[in-house]
Design a protein. Structure first.
Length: 134
Protein backbone atom coordinates (compact mmCIF):
# COMPACT_ATOMS: atom_id res chain seq x y z
CA UNK A 1 0.00 0.00 0.00
CA UNK A 2 1.16 3.47 -0.73
CA UNK A 3 0.03 5.87 1.98
CA UNK A 4 -0.74 9.03 0.11
CA UNK A 5 -2.08 11.14 2.93
CA UNK A 6 0.83 12.92 4.63
CA UNK A 7 -0.70 12.75 8.11
CA UNK A 8 -1.26 9.03 7.77
CA UNK A 9 2.31 8.49 6.63
CA UNK A 10 3.56 10.49 9.61
CA UNK A 11 1.36 8.58 12.04
CA UNK A 12 2.49 5.22 10.70
CA UNK A 13 6.13 6.31 10.73
CA UNK A 14 5.76 7.62 14.28
CA UNK A 15 4.17 4.36 15.36
CA UNK A 16 7.03 2.38 13.88
CA UNK A 17 9.68 4.61 15.43
CA UNK A 18 8.06 4.72 18.85
CA UNK A 19 7.36 1.01 18.96
CA UNK A 20 10.90 0.27 17.79
CA UNK A 21 12.42 2.63 20.32
CA UNK A 22 10.37 1.14 23.14
CA UNK A 23 11.14 -2.43 22.18
CA UNK A 24 14.74 -1.86 21.18
CA UNK A 25 13.96 -3.18 17.69
CA UNK A 26 11.11 -3.03 15.25
CA UNK A 27 8.76 -5.84 16.17
CA UNK A 28 5.28 -6.57 14.92
CA UNK A 29 2.68 -5.25 17.33
CA UNK A 30 0.23 -7.51 19.12
CA UNK A 31 -2.74 -6.40 17.04
CA UNK A 32 -5.21 -8.50 19.00
CA UNK A 33 -4.35 -6.44 22.06
CA UNK A 34 -3.61 -3.02 20.55
CA UNK A 35 -4.28 -0.51 23.31
CA UNK A 36 -3.29 2.93 22.13
CA UNK A 37 -3.73 5.07 19.05
CA UNK A 38 -0.26 4.34 17.68
CA UNK A 39 -0.72 0.58 17.98
CA UNK A 40 -4.23 0.69 16.51
CA UNK A 41 -3.03 2.78 13.57
CA UNK A 42 -0.06 0.51 12.96
CA UNK A 43 -2.25 -2.59 13.05
CA UNK A 44 -4.75 -1.01 10.68
CA UNK A 45 -1.89 -0.12 8.35
CA UNK A 46 -0.55 -3.68 8.40
CA UNK A 47 -3.98 -5.06 7.55
CA UNK A 48 -4.46 -2.47 4.81
CA UNK A 49 -1.12 -3.41 3.23
CA UNK A 50 -2.33 -6.99 2.92
CA UNK A 51 -5.60 -5.91 1.31
CA UNK A 52 -3.74 -3.57 -1.04
CA UNK A 53 -1.42 -6.41 -2.09
CA UNK A 54 -4.46 -8.59 -2.81
CA UNK A 55 -6.04 -5.78 -4.85
CA UNK A 56 -2.88 -5.44 -6.93
CA UNK A 57 -2.71 -9.20 -7.49
CA UNK A 58 -6.33 -9.37 -8.64
CA UNK A 59 -5.93 -6.34 -10.90
CA UNK A 60 -2.80 -7.80 -12.54
CA UNK A 61 -4.53 -11.16 -12.98
CA UNK A 62 -7.52 -9.50 -14.66
CA UNK A 63 -5.23 -7.55 -16.99
CA UNK A 64 -3.45 -10.77 -17.97
CA UNK A 65 -6.74 -12.38 -18.91
CA UNK A 66 -7.17 -9.62 -21.48
CA UNK A 67 -3.74 -10.09 -23.06
CA UNK A 68 -3.77 -11.88 -26.38
CA UNK A 69 -7.52 -12.21 -26.59
CA UNK A 70 -7.78 -10.35 -29.89
CA UNK A 71 -8.64 -6.90 -31.12
CA UNK A 72 -11.50 -6.28 -28.69
CA UNK A 73 -9.36 -7.15 -25.68
CA UNK A 74 -6.98 -4.24 -26.36
CA UNK A 75 -9.88 -1.78 -26.19
CA UNK A 76 -11.28 -3.52 -23.12
CA UNK A 77 -7.88 -3.44 -21.45
CA UNK A 78 -7.49 0.29 -22.14
CA UNK A 79 -10.94 0.97 -20.69
CA UNK A 80 -10.19 -1.11 -17.60
CA UNK A 81 -6.89 0.70 -17.02
CA UNK A 82 -8.68 4.06 -17.34
CA UNK A 83 -11.39 2.87 -14.96
CA UNK A 84 -8.81 1.73 -12.41
CA UNK A 85 -7.04 5.07 -12.54
CA UNK A 86 -10.34 6.91 -12.05
CA UNK A 87 -11.21 4.57 -9.18
CA UNK A 88 -7.86 5.33 -7.48
CA UNK A 89 -8.55 9.08 -7.71
CA UNK A 90 -12.09 8.59 -6.39
CA UNK A 91 -10.93 6.46 -3.47
CA UNK A 92 -8.29 8.98 -2.46
CA UNK A 93 -10.76 11.88 -2.62
CA UNK A 94 -13.43 9.96 -0.74
CA UNK A 95 -11.05 8.84 2.00
CA UNK A 96 -9.52 12.31 2.24
CA UNK A 97 -13.05 13.55 3.00
CA UNK A 98 -13.35 10.91 5.74
CA UNK A 99 -10.00 12.02 7.14
CA UNK A 100 -11.06 15.66 7.07
CA UNK A 101 -14.34 14.87 8.80
CA UNK A 102 -12.41 13.35 11.71
CA UNK A 103 -9.51 15.82 11.62
CA UNK A 104 -10.13 16.94 15.20
CA UNK A 105 -9.68 13.50 16.74
CA UNK A 106 -7.18 10.74 17.12
CA UNK A 107 -9.49 8.38 15.25
CA UNK A 108 -8.87 10.18 11.94
CA UNK A 109 -5.99 7.98 10.79
CA UNK A 110 -7.69 4.68 11.48
CA UNK A 111 -10.86 6.00 9.82
CA UNK A 112 -8.83 6.97 6.74
CA UNK A 113 -7.10 3.59 6.61
CA UNK A 114 -10.44 1.83 7.12
CA UNK A 115 -11.94 3.81 4.25
CA UNK A 116 -9.05 2.87 1.96
CA UNK A 117 -9.37 -0.78 2.97
CA UNK A 118 -13.13 -0.87 2.51
CA UNK A 119 -12.87 0.60 -0.98
CA UNK A 120 -10.08 -1.84 -1.86
CA UNK A 121 -12.16 -4.81 -0.72
CA UNK A 122 -15.11 -3.61 -2.81
CA UNK A 123 -12.85 -3.10 -5.83
CA UNK A 124 -11.44 -6.62 -5.47
CA UNK A 125 -14.98 -7.99 -5.70
CA UNK A 126 -15.75 -5.80 -8.70
CA UNK A 127 -12.58 -6.86 -10.53
CA UNK A 128 -13.23 -10.53 -9.80
CA UNK A 129 -16.77 -10.17 -11.14
CA UNK A 130 -15.39 -8.41 -14.23
CA UNK A 131 -12.97 -11.30 -14.85
CA UNK A 132 -15.77 -13.83 -14.55
CA UNK A 133 -17.91 -12.12 -17.14
CA UNK A 134 -15.17 -11.58 -19.71
Amino acid sequence: MTIRHPFTACAVAAALVLCGAAAGALAAPDCKNAMNTLEINECASIEQKAVEARLNQVYQRVLKTLDGEGRDSAATRAKLVAAQRAWVRFREADCDAVYERHAGGTIRTVMYIGCMQSHAEQRIKALEAFAETY
